[in-house]
Design a protein around this ligand. Structure first.
Ligand code: NAD
Length: 303
């Protein structure tokens, strides 16, 4: 049966996610600070509310898809905050990518108001959001997960319950740390191969069937040619933008500090993508990092 869902944050990800909830038969009341996001949402059958609190009043489920932790905590709290506006017992489902620490604060706040709460960050990007094929990594109780799963299924293809509060965010940042580091490794290997006179195709043919095999190589290959759909074949248009990789690795670094983990490669990868995102990498796919490596190695940028 269709639920009453409040959806806060109707940007690149939230807009198409909310539209998929409407298609699945839910009644969605949405809010965003940006008027253009509201216009697009209205055209997709989302009822536009006058404020976040107005969207949350009368909702069974309150979903947020906001830029960062401070936006989520600000939206939750205060006199016009979501926690106050929603009926006790509502499910709060935060799909934004935020720090594990902030996700746990959000959970504690929500439960203090008598709500249920899950962190449910996603991977799959804008294409996954539009096609309803996102992967959701979910933290919270098994009961709350069971209740939220059918709603998440309208927006995603794979839904994994990762553990208690914050576990979804923990899974997301650990996965993206693997991805960020492995893309640098693959890119350095291609530049070294080129300098040694090895063709990119030859390195791909060997490594993709050997122990160097990984997603950064076989799906998001940073050189044009071997994987025709990878962003390298379209001038590094994202895909997954360098700015988002820098953001996610920044969350990983916060977690190193909180836990005392000495992740030297993770820390270095964060610095490398931060520099990249401060330059032309902000809006380019993160695999464009290969051109930074080329530039500092005296190699020509491709294509
Ligand atoms: P976006 O900037 O396109 O959308 C965020 C929206 O939130 C904007 O429309 C903004 O106006 C709105 N907003 C900000 N504060 C608000 C408030 N207080 N009330 C209502 N609306 C508010 O960002 P996005 O790409 O949709 O990303 C959203 C989240 O998803 C981020 O946490 C991001 O890290 C994560 N994410 C993004 C991708 C991706 O490929 N874009 C992939 C995975 C995860």
């Amino acid at each position: 049966m269709g639920k009453n869902i409040a959806f806060i944050g109707l940007g690149h990800m939230g807009g198409p996610m909310a539209a998929n909830l409407v298609k699945a038969g839910h009644r969605v009341s949405g809010f965003d600070l940006a008027p253009e996001a509201l216009e697009t949402a209205r055209a997709q059958g989302i009822e536009v509310a006058g404020s976040a609190a107005a969207a949350a009043a009368g909702a069974d489920v309150v979903i947020s898809m906001l830029p960062a932790g401070r936006h989520v905590l600000d939206a939750y709290q205060g006199r016009d905050g979501l926690l106050d506006a929603a009926r006790p017992g509502s499910i709060f489902l935060d799909c934004s990518t935020i720090a594990v620490k902030d996700a746990r604060i959000a959970h504690d706040l929500a439960t203090a108001y008598g709500h249920r709460s899950l962190d449910a960050p996603v991977s799959g990007g804008v294409t996954g959001a539009a096609n309803g094929t996102l992967t959701f990594m979910v933290g919270g109780s098994a009961d709350d997960f069971g209740e939220a799963e059918p709603i998440l299924a309208a927006m995603g293809g794979r839904i994994v319950h990762c553990g208690g509060p914050g576990a979804g965010q923990a899974a997301k940042l650990c996965n993206n740390m693997i991805l960020g580091i492995s893309m640098i490794a693959v890119s350095e290997a291609f530049v070294l191969g080129e300098k040694l006179g090895l063709s990119n195709q030859a390195l791909f043919d060997v490594a993709s069937a050997a122990s160097g095999q990984c997603w950064a190589l076989t799906t998001n290959c940073p050189v044009p040619g071997p994987v025709p759909d990878s962003p390298a074949n379209r001038d590094y248009q994202p895909g997954f933008a360098g700015a988002l990789m820098a953001k996610d690795l920044g969350l990983a670094v916060q977690a190193f500090e909180a836990t005392g983990v000495k992740a030297r490669l993770g820390s270095l990868a964060e610095e490398i993508y931060r520099d990249f995102a401060e330059g032309e990498g902000a809006g380019r796919d993160f695999s464009g990092i290969i051109n930074e490596i080329r530039a500092t190695s005296g190699a020509e940028a491709l294509p």
